[in-house]
Design a protein around this ligand. Structure first.
Ligand SMILES: Cc1cc2nc3c(=O)[nH]c(=O)nc-3n(C[C@H](O)[C@H](O)[C@H](O)COP(=O)(O)OP(=O)(O)OC[C@H]3O[C@@H](n4cnc5c(N)ncnc54)[C@H](O)[C@@H]3O)c2cc1C
Length: 264
């Protein structure tokens, strides 16, 4: 590790001031510190968000759950409120990485990082959530812009995410066994506005699958999902699995997610 300056922010306003001046936000450090050790990123100053009480916590707001950016994965997984209102999200959080990652990693850090195999982006996009930052609200459909890229502007800090509560939802992931990231993960939600299907692990970033959404809007059954041909030509392949293998996984994970959502 190389030398850098660490600032501790006491409030979101403090953090925004530091980030606007060029400091990089530090949340759970599960991705950022590893990338600094590998010299993939070399920020001169970090601003630690961990002491900002306002950025953590879970609360019900009408038909939505608002989860603070600094809420740790383990707290989402264990939350009685999330388990009862949005069990698919608690389930997703409970299968992220290992115990240490879940104890340290945060919702805000996960979606700001936008790893193409991460789980939370699939829930945010699949549920049509809204990302709240220090300066605006960003709809999930406008937030994820591809490989490690989001709509966040320099110095912009995520403060919370509002998840609308769907009629039914489920997330299924086929784990990359070493990292436990998604080789393919599919989040399926039946919402007032129709079915949404978000896929992670398939390419440059999380994406919605129009063909699966259309089929599941007509019939919310595993059989309907199974009849959709998944085009491998836009998926990525690597040593863990070819594009064709990932296409097959998208189909199977979607069928399983629909069955799980129907089982409640
Ligand atoms: C071994 C291992 C296994 C993992 N397995 C999984 C998995 O199965 N599924 C999965 O989804 N993830 C997995 N992860 C990633 C994990 O979920 C991390 O929590 C996540 O990638 C980063 O969150 P963090 O809070 O640690 O953020 P950090 O590493 O601190 O920050 C990540 C990035 O987000 C920025 N940032 C952080 N917070 C904010 C904010 N509030 N506003 C704006 N920018 C911000 C930082 O500046 C940085 O660029 C794994 C990680 C490891 C190390």
């Amino acid at each position: 590790m190389y030398a850098f300056e660490l600032q501790r922010a006491a409030s979101a306003a403090d953090a925004v001031r530091a980030a606007t001046a060029g400091a990089q936000p530090l949340a759970g450090g599960q991705s950022l510190l590893a990338s600094m050790k590998l010299r993939l990123s070399q920020p001169g100053t970090l601003v630690d968000l961990a002491g900002i009480a306002d950025l953590a916590g879970i609360r019900r707001e009408g038909n939505a759950l608002r989860i603070g950016a600094m809420t740790r994965h383990a707290d989402v997984a264990d939350s009685a409120e999330v388990r009862s209102a949005l069990p698919a999200l608690a389930d997703l959080a409970s299968h992220i990485g290992d115990r240490q990652v879940r104890a340290m990693g945060t919702l805000g850090g996960s979606i700001a990082n936008d790893d193409p195999s991460a789980c939370y982006p699939a829930a945010v996009l699949g549920l049509g959530a809204t990302v709240q930052t220090d300066r605006r609200q960003i709809a999930a459909d406008d937030f994820f812009l591809g490989l490690f890229t989001t709509a966040l502007e320099p110095g912009e800090i995520i403060t919370s995410v509002s998840f609308p509560i769907p009629q039914r939802a489920a997330y299924m992931k086929f784990k990359q066994p070493a990292s436990r990231f998604a080789l393919i993960g599919v989040f399926v939600a039946q919402t007032g506005g129709g079915v949404r299907v978000a896929v992670t692990g398939g390419g440059n970033g999380v994406f919605r699958h129009a063909g699966l959404e259309q089929a599941l809007n007509a019939s919310f059954t595993p059989e309907a999902a199974a009849r959709v041909a998944i085009d491998a030509s836009e998926l990525s392949g690597d040593l863990h699995g070819s594009a064709e293998y990932r296409a097959q996984l998208i189909s199977v994970m979607t069928q399983r997610a629909v069955a799980k959502a129907l089982a409640g």
